[in-house]
Design a binder for this molecule. Sequence first.
Ligand code: V47
Length: 390
Amino acid sequence: MTVGTGSLLERAHAAGLAPIAERVLAGERLSREDGVALYRTDAFHVVGDLANLVRTRMHGDLAYFNVNQHINYTNWCNKFCTFCSFDRLPGQEGAYLMEPEEIEAKVRAQLHEPVTEVHMVAGVWPKIPYSYYLDILRAAKRARPDIHVKAFTMVELDQIRRVAKKPLPEVLEELKEAGLGSCPGGGAEVFSERVRQEGYRLKMSGDDWIETARAVHEAGLRSNCTMLHGHIETVEERVDHLDRLRLLQDETRGFQTYIPLSFHPEGNGWSDLPGPTALDELREIAVGRLMLDNIDHIKAYWIMLSIPIAQLALAFGADDVDGTVVEEKIYHDAGAKTPQQVQREELMGWIRDAGRIPVERDTLYRVVWSPDEELAAVGDQVPVAVSGRA
Ligand code: V47
């Protein structure tokens, strides 16, 4: 989607969005009221074009991906979130807890692939001992010492510190020593206390999620952040969520990527809800890009969106598509029809089809591979870090 800023301003004006468009063009921060207006306007393409303009300013034609492997080490969980189709109680059919040796074997099984990241998230179960979490990190590193382990959402970290009976900063140091490289962005859902009481009242509050993320960043670890959208949350609650992420990022600069997560309604307590449409998903990407002016990357998680929508998302503000994945369970239990894995070349092919230049990154967005000739041709479109943190 290439649009001249002139015609974009005219279209924004016609849609009553001129002041917002002017702020975007001037690189100024959008207000919470602006966020609500971007969600409510019928001028969907203006929102997408504004987000695309910001994405282009930050990343040129580059779109990032990595070669990664997901391991969901247990589906035991005591949070009973209404939206979740993945959780089981120990002993229930389909319930599992992977032994550290199993995790080591899963990482070893991919040694022939150029995997740079293992992404480990799971349910929480209070009887899993602290030593287990240290052991699974060590197991992954034993199998592949140079791998980056991105593991444990804020919800898991909160459980780990409880079972460790130690302050979180101390636990984070021990997890780092055992191999933790960074943290994924899940478990945030929507920070609204109203939605939490209705859908996930046993899960940590939004305030506690933010405090845990702050501690993670203060420990020198980067993390991602997410918002689960398309269920019972209001537009105002989404804006509040984005604003709280943005405020923490102003303080810590620890978030690398924001990932809007689309609610999948199959096999859970909200299966009567329709879930977001493709247009909702694209708008969510775009509003995220426009509101989160201090977060470098917006990820279109193809597993959740489908490949065609992830391709479109690259023209609506996203600059990252996650990775090759290998065995995803959380979304597939909730009805996702996407493949569970994609080959590196295939991923690069569909990024190119979407008009972007694929750049393979590691978890911390250092370039692993880029098509040099193409990068040379685009000159100054090398990644720009807006967050100001090394
Ligand atoms: O926290 C669970 C969500 C999250 C459903 O950091 C659901 O790079 C939709 O956080 N429909 C886990 N969503 C996944 C996650 C993630 C994924 C990809 C990359 C990264 C990253 C993080 O999945 C949970 C929850 O918000 N979730 N059930 C469902 N039925």
